[in-house]
Ligand binder design. Structure first.
Ligand code: NAD
Ligand code: DAU
Length: 350
């Protein structure tokens, strides 16, 4: 792996992955980050990386749906490895406006696969980042594994399922060296404050309403983002080509339990007082259409075959995450206001 293309590196997981790869991992090559900078992409997250690794880190603002632009990137940087994060990632947005999900998640992935196929002679690996949501919803018992049949329920998960199938098909049909990972809910630094945890942390901090969908008893399996990054790198290095690995934290939590936990943690921290105990801010609101009831991952394959295990418990990860958002109020203000678009213009001359 000499020239690794990371797509969507200015988003939440991509940012954490690039930091992990350049600061902590044994990757020695060059990393090319291609990101279209949608509302979810923020190159400011990697400004320090750009300064510290000028020889090894390149940022290019491009859309993976633009096949010609992506071909130029492949040729110019002799890409031999891909780690493909770029996607529209928020379920509620996919319900409101599915078009962009079809374009980026399906057509964009197809473009990258075609380029990988055309450069098969030098291709070391195409790693595809996917989600446990492709498996649909679990009842009260059982876990998703690599054998679970696909049954996506939202436009987001259907588009991710489609991209997974394309990746597998390119392996079977053209012999593309691929690996896939299907991960549970990530949380941690740099997550855009539309997702449950950062949204609730910030609203609770400011005394705003905490909108819990439906009865709040929906279950997600939470994984601290750095633990996801170590899993991805382990799979990229040692995973069997053509195979899928499910990744999870073994941390099932009901949404209401999470919101209550973070309210109690914030009440106990030296943060500005509000007029009530933070639990009183919880408001049960209309449910998300097609809302999956429960996700839970069995990551035995990844643990046994590749020796991976997560480091954070939910409590330690949540405390770190809350601390990060408390310490990065200027980042929050900028991504909320859209001011980082001006930052992009001043740094990239647009
Ligand atoms: P995110 O929304 O925070 O970031 C997505 C990034 O992709 C942004 O930087 C955005 O600018 C970029 N992007 C979007 N469309 C693009 C395009 N057409 N061309 C180039 N770049 C584009 O998402 P995330 O939470 O970091 O998720 C990253 C990947 O991980 C996604 O594929 C998602 O499906 C998957 N995933 C996420 C989670 C989670 O809990 N967040 C869990 C499992 C899997
Ligand atoms: O499971 C992996 C998936 O996790 C990823 O593939 C997605 O990209 C990522 O967005 C995430 O999807 P979810 O829909 O699970 O995450 P979200 O943070 O939107 O919601 C988590 C749970 O909290 C879900 O049951 C819906 C609920 N929720 C969410 C929001 C934003 C609320 O009750 N209130 C809210 O305001």
């Amino acid at each position: 792996m000499k020239n690794m293309l990371v797509t969507g590196g200015c988003g939440f997981i991509g940012t954490n992955f690039i930091r992990y790869i350049l600061e902590e991992s044994d990757f020695e090559g060059r990393l090319i980050n291609v990101d279209a900078l949608t509302y979810a992409g923020n190159p400011e997250n990697l400004k320090e990386i750009e300064e510290r690794f000028p020889e090894r880190y390149v940022f290019i603002q491009e859309d993976i749906c633009d096949a010609d632009a992506m071909r130029r990137v492949f040729d110019a940087y002799k890409i031999d490895t891909l780690c493909h994060f770029a996607a529209e990632s928020h379920v509620d947005r996919s319900i409101a406006a599915p078009g962009a999900f079809i374009q980026t998640n399906i057509v964009g992935t197809f473009n990258l696969l075609e380029l990988a196929r055309k450069n098969l002679d030098r291709l070391v690996l195409f790693h595809h980042i996917s989600t446990d949501e492709v498996f649909g919803s679990l009842g009260p018992e059982g876990y998703f594994t690599e054998e679970t049949p696909y049954s996506p329920n939202s436009p987001y998960s259907a588009s991710k399922a489609s991209s997974d199938h394309l990746v597998r098909a390119y392996h079977k049909t053209y012999g593309l060296p691929v690996t896939l990972s299907n991960c549970s809910n990530n949380y941690g630094p740099y997550q855009f404050p539309e997702k449950l945890l950062p949204l609730m942390i910030l609203n609770a901090l400011e005394g705003g309403s905490l909108p819990v969908y439906g009865d709040g008893r929906h279950v997600r399996d939470w994984l601290y983002v750095r633990d996801h990054c170590t899993a991805i790198w382990r799979i990229m290095k040692a995973g069997k080509r053509g195979e899928t690995y499910t990744v999870g934290g073994n941390t099932e939590m009901e949404n209401i339990g999470i919101v209550e936990m973070l309210c109690d943690i914030l009440d106990g921290l030296p943060v500005p007082k509000i007029h009530c105990a933070r639990r009183a801010l919880i408001a049960f609101v209309k449910d998300r259409p097609g809302h999956d009831r429960r996700y839970a991952i069995d990551s035995t394959k990844l643990r046994r075959q590749l020796g991976w295990q997560p480091e954070e418990s939910f409590e330690t990860g949540l405390r770190k995450t809350i601390r990060w958002y408390l310490d990065h109020r200027d980042w929050v203000d900028r991504v909320r206001s859209g001011a980082y678009q001006q930052w992009i213009a001043s740094h990239y001359g647009e």
